[in-house]
Design a protein around this ligand. Structure first.
Ligand SMILES: Nc1ncnc2c1ncn2[C@@H]1O[C@H](COP(=O)(O)OP(=O)(O)O)[C@@H](O)[C@H]1O
Ligand SMILES: O=C(O)[C@@H](O)C(=O)COP(=O)(O)O
Length: 413
């Protein structure tokens, strides 16, 4: 079974590609549909889009294009990679894309689970836990673009799709493959189209990987990816080797997630850190000065530039400028900054934040990545394909990595 994924953001794509690569699948992460890239040697392909927060019709159109491209090239199963914290709004895009891919594949059901036990995202009776608390009590309640206030994913997904959503509960999963198959048949008979699946341990994801792998499409995060990898029968490839690059390094942070804020604070002890004024960023100012500041320092060592703010400050910025406008302007500013840093010789670049990574990678015109070793669960070293000179990068999801992630990442790039 050759497996592929359509990822709704670039950090999430690198997280899944990391799971597949470290399980021995030869994996390539592409940016969009890889028209000009040779991917023939890959067991597994992750096509990255920036479609988590765009209008649903746009997300559906991109996903369907990728589905057609992947299935025409012999991929047997395609997973829609969403966030392990189910980041989405009532308008989508998890429901609309899941429905559209199911219809395109002619499938009766889609299994949906964001569980990722390695990073402490678990699902019980349809309720998503992030570490020790429900999703709605986790820092995700303050996300700048998709604040998550409801931990019951049957309900959350139910608001994103006209079709009934069912639950495959842990007891059935623990009863094994036959019990799961019987329950899925019963749910399909009741008219259910999307099934939220519990999972607390990786062994639950082995069962779900086998069930999902028997269908053409699924929706999930790295945990389901692990189950699919194990079910695929592939996995003989070498675990990615370290590929240290020399040259100046920099870190660009647009994530406002609690973990990223902690990591920026920790970096202050070990490298120069510049915190940007978000109002000036929205006004299109501040980047030229930030670039001058960074250029003066990168020959001596790494620098970090952050736009990030605490939840109250982010809400205030959004109230002044509008949520979408503020996000788009800040992302564009950070993309210009990254472009300037690479032009100034930076070859080792860490970007924190999914939307931010999308904006930066697009601006740099990167076609895809080969996978390097894991830095922290969910965050691998990425080596650019089709960029001269090659860059060593890490795209850090908002809530991943320990407090010292940034310093740690630079020792691996
Ligand atoms: N100080 C700020 N005020 C308002 N929005 C901000 C600020 N700093 C960054 N942002 C925006 O917040 C969003 C963070 O999302 P993202 O990059 O996906 O991070 P995460 O991975 O943590 O979700 C981006 O759109 C970014 O431009
Ligand atoms: O599944 C996950 O948690 C990550 O892969 C992911 O998608 C995180 O998104 P961002 O926090 O927006 O980077």
């Amino acid at each position: 079974m050759r497996i592929a994924a359509i990822a709704d953001d670039y950090t999430g794509a690198s997280d899944l590609a990391n799971t597949w690569a470290k399980n021995g699948l030869v994996t390539i992460q592409t940016i969009g549909i890889p028209e000009g890239l040779d991917v023939s040697g890959a067991d597994a392909l992750v096509v990255s889009f920036k479609i988590r927060s765009v209008p649903a019709a746009e997300a559906v159109a991109a996903a369907i294009r990728a589905w057609d491209w992947l299935t025409a090239r012999g991929f047997d199963h395609v997973m829609y990679k969403v966030c392990s914290t189910f980041d989405s709004t009532d308008e989508g895009n998890i429901g609309p894309v899941t429905d559209a891919l199911r219809a395109r594949a002619g499938a009766a059901l889609t299994l949906v689970t964001p569980a990722f036990p390695e990073t402490k995202r678990t699902l019980y009776k349809g309720h998503l836990f992030v570490e020790d608390v429900l999703l709605s009590e986790s820092p995700l309640r303050n996300h700048p673009l998709n604040p998550m206030h409801d931990p019951n994913l049957v309900r959350v997904l139910g608001r994103q799709t006209p079709d009934p959503v069912g639950l495959l509960d842990l007891a059935t999963i623990r009863a094994g493959d036959a019990a799961v198959a019987a329950r899925l048949d019963a749910l399909a008979g009741e008219g259910v189209r999307s099934v939220i699946a519990d999972a607390v341990a990786e062994s639950d994801l082995d069962v779900l990987g086998r069930a999902a792998g028997a269908m053409p499409v699924s929706t999930g995060a790295s945990g389901l990816g692990l189950g699919l990898a194990r079910a695929s029968g592939l996995g003989g490839g070498a675990v990615p080797a370290s590929a240290p690059t020399t040259g100046p390094s920099a870190i660009v942070v647009g994530s406002c997630s609690a973990r990223s804020l902690e990591q920026v604070a920790a970096a202050e002890a070990v490298m120069p850190v510049l915190r940007l004024d978000p109002d000036r960023l929205v006004a299109g100012e501040a980047i030229a000065e930030a670039l001058d500041w960074a250029r003066e320092r990168i020959k001596a060592g790494p620098v970090l530039v952050a736009a990030s703010g605490e939840p109250d400050a982010v809400r205030a910025v959004q109230a002044r400028h509008g949520r979408e406008a503020a996000s788009a302007a800040i992302e564009a500013g950070l993309a210009s900054l990254a472009e300037g840093l690479v032009a100034a010789g930076v070859t080792r670049l860490v970007v924190a934040g999914g939307e931010t990574s999308g904006a930066v990678v697009d601006r740099l015109g990167i076609a895809g990545f080969r996978l390097g070793p894991e830095i922290a669960p969910g965050v691998p070293v990425l080596v650019t394909l089709g960029h001269e000179p090659p860059l060593a990068m890490a795209l850090k999801s908002g809530n991943f990595g320990g407090a010292d992630f940034f310093a740690q990442a630079l020792t691996r790039l």
